[in-house]
Design a protein around this ligand. Sequence first.
Ligand SMILES: [Zn+2]
Length: 376
Amino acid sequence: MIIENVQVFREEQYFAPGEIVIHDGVFAKTANSMKEEVIDGEGCYAVPGLIDLHFHGCAGVDFCDAKGDTLRKMAEYEASVGVTSICPAVMTMGEEELLAVMRTARNNQDGEGAKLTGINLEGPFLNEKKKGAQAAEHIRNCDLKLYRSLQKESGGLIRIVDLAPEKEGAMEFIEAIRSETVVSLAHTLADYETSMEAFRRGASHVTHLFNAMPPLHHREPGVIGAAYDTKSCRVELISDGVHVHPAAVRMVFRMFGAERVILISDSMRATGLGDGQYTLGGQEVFVEGARAVLEDGTLAGSVTNLMECVRKAVKEMGIPLEEALTCVTRNPALELGIYDRCGSIAPGKAADLVLLDTKLQVKAVYINGKKFIPPC
Ligand SMILES: [Zn+2]
């Protein structure tokens, strides 16, 4: 198949006019001489399928519902908005509930839509004083035994583990798991020194920078300053226009450089629906417009999908399109260790592709070279 007349987002992170060739579900270098199906791309941008490595739910379901069709509904919604790989996040819950989420994910990976590429364990190893919308009663110290049993139950799907490095036993825990999963600093009160120590021990990621951590202070730079000083560390950013001020988003792109930023949606179950009352991790959430809050006003995830976060970053925050795209394709693929098979348009990689018009609206989505048609 050839998709011609498109602006191709190349692996080197710039656009060039050209065509896309797909054979047997993967991108190919050159077209076969005859009998290719040719599609007119109508001047669209052709970009790699997006990768969301931190979101909780959408389309009325939450990953933690742990029902048989939860993942299918999430995967279908995400694919329909151009997100072709997902690494959903669990909230802080009790051990039995977490085990059930892991089991359900392991047993329900073969539906249509976005591909499950991992699980993000956002709780329960967090600081209760920075819990955000996480359930305080289930927050606990870093627990290697619990992590191991969750990892086993998931069939090895856990790719990111969040923790507050000031918690008892956190440093030893980081060293014990660093070779098998990404360790991310999250929901924390850690100071600069503690954060630097965590990065030295093997942490390499920061969860939703600015949110659920102390702000950047000139005498107490905290996690944000330590992340900046650790060049191998990547940071998540929620560019939904609610969680982080546009000026702070621009500052992070300047400070860290686009190659170190990963845009995430952090979306919850109301995403794709409308205003109303929902739940997140067992707590009531009230949604109005782009805001989702607990009863006390605490932000409770976003209601903006990752493609919309890209649109906002580009149109409302002044981030160049090429940089925003790098932060939702190449960077998360590298972080999840899947860049050899997706995250860019390159020969041999899975043909996960999105066609966007000049307003960045999704015109078509291909997964493994097959056009995704959302079920009605
Ligand atoms: Zn969070």
